[in-house]
Design a protein around this ligand. Structure first.
Ligand code: PA5
Length: 445
């Protein structure tokens, strides 16, 4: 049966499928665009033309990182979230008691307290550092790189270069210069593969391979979803385009939030990964829908009340798998009050509660598509990632915005750099001055 999209409750409430079809002229323009952008290399996440090089690089670099007990990953945004999702889904051992195997520690913030705590606990001699930045110049990542480089040098002297790997642009950027200058092992982020579309490149897959995750399975699953699009089959028949059409119609009908309700708890960190993909790609020109990641069943006891009975501004992607393990069963000794659970596997709760919540959302009129995965193997996760990435790009095209850039977040970065004393930001210096010139209105509490 494979993975399924279940559509019976998708077009409901203010969303009527008759009103929201894409015209044939729009469709043929988009089909042409897809052909063009696959051809000119703008969509490497979909064409996956980078895979042969990735496999060659992996063969060289993986043996260098494997012997280490810890991997310290420096990166942020798209350079960190895919790895974190994959680690939590497929190498959860390091989150459990008495872990002995390899561990990946993702440093994606600039909290000095957390950073010091991490470095204090890691032994540099047992740690391979992987610094990931497509641009090679992201302040958070580069700042960590400088500090961790010193940390390694203090412990290893010249040997630090053997314990630093960079994943960055093939030709340009500060990190690439560092790799060349010091002869660091490196892997590439291919041209046009932006951070949030890069989890299935070296960015997410070197850490995955280090952890023993079936990284080739992730790629195969992704390729199985990408193939019809890459082969020029009609995009209107592809599930990602159906999802994009639906998501776009939701926006047009005032549904300003898109829930990603994950009832595969092992995959819960795909929620933040998807949220970043959706928000950074589609929050443009006053348009888009706010992604809201939630995990079942945990969030039934937190945000679900708002989903069910708050503003009627939410659509929902509801993620389940029909092959979750049953686990241990309840004994026959359960008290009479709970006798209906006797003999049932614990896993039945997840299935029943997912159904209950899905039905409740539908009853509240939330337009909902159920993504039901055949199983929770790596291949399936790869398929889901590709489905969501393609959906995101096509939704952006239907909205008439560029889903591959993120211009609005640049301002905050420039202002932060100015605050830190970076030269060349005269306009931002004036902005900072104007900001501080406004009299403060303080209230103690
Ligand atoms: O998705 C994106 O493009 C961003 O979130 C980037 O991944 C993030 O800003 C980090 O950029 P870089 O990989 O260039 O350091």
């Amino acid at each position: 049966m494979g993975h399924l999209l279940e559509w019976s409750r998708a077009y409901t409430g203010r969303l009527l499928n008759t009103d929201d079809t894409v015209s044939s002229s729009v469709l043929s323009t988009l089909q042409e665009r897809l052909k063009r952008e696959l051809g000119d290399g703008t969509l490497p996440f979909l064409s996956m033309t980078y895979v042969a090089q990735l496999e060659r690089d992996m063969a060289l670099v993986l043996p260098k990182v494997k012997p280490f007990r810890h991997m310290l990953l420096l990166g942020i945004g798209g350079s960190a979230l895919g790895c974190r999702a994959i680690q939590n889904a497929f190498a959860p051992g390091q989150n459990l008691p008495d872990h002995n195997g390899p561990s990946v520690w993702v440093a994606d913030n600039v909290c000095a307290e957390q950073f010091e705590a991490l470095l204090a606990r890691l032994d540099p001699k047992e740690t391979i550092v992987v610094c990931i930045s497509k641009s090679g110049g992201t302040i958070e990542t580069i700042a960590q790189y400088f500090l961790v480089k010193d940390w390694l040098m203090n412990a290893l002297g010249e040997g630090w270069t053997k314990q630093m790997v960079v994943i960055t642009d093939v030709r340009k950027g500060y990190l690439r210069e560092e790799a060349v200058r010091h002869g660091l092992a490196s892997m590439e982020v291919p041209d046009h593969l932006g951070g949030r579309y890069s989890a299935l490149s070296a960015v997410g897959l070197l850490p995955a391979a280090y952890l023993g995750v079936d990284w080739k399975g992730l790629l195969e699953g992704a390729a199985s979803v990408a193939r019809p699009l890459a082969n020029g089959e009609p995009m209107k028949d592809h599930p990602s385009f159906a999802l994009a059409t639906w998501a776009h119609a939701l926006m047009n009908r005032g549904y300003s939030q898109l829930l990603f309700f994950c009832y595969i708890p092992q995959w819960s960190v795909y929620g933040p990964w998807f949220a970043q993909l959706w928000a950074e790609s589609l929050g443009k020109e006053g348009k888009g829908s706010q992604p809201v990641a939630a995990t079942g069943v945990t969030d039934q006891h937190s945000v679900n009340q708002m989903f069910l009975d708050g503003q009627r501004d939410k659509g929902c992607l509801f993620l389940t798998s029909r092959s979750q393990p049953g686990g241990r069963s309840f004994g026959s000794n359960l008290p009479e009050k709970w006798a209906w659970l006797r003999g049932k596997p614990f896993g039945n709760l997840l299935e029943a509660e997912a159904l209950g919540t899905r039905m409740a959302l539908c009853k509240s009129g939330v337009p909902l598509v159920n993504i039901d995965m055949e199983n929770t193997h790596e291949r399936s996760a790869g398929a889901l990632m590709m489905l969501l990435e393609a959906t995101t790009v096509f939704t952006g095209w239907l909205m008439g915005i560029n889903p591959l850039d993120q211009p609005a977040v640049e301002l905050g970065k420039r202002l932060a750099n100015t605050r830190l004393g970076a030269p060349g930001y005269s306009e931002e210096e004036a902005d900072l001055k104007a900001f501080f010139d406004v009299p403060r209105k303080e209230q103690a509490f």
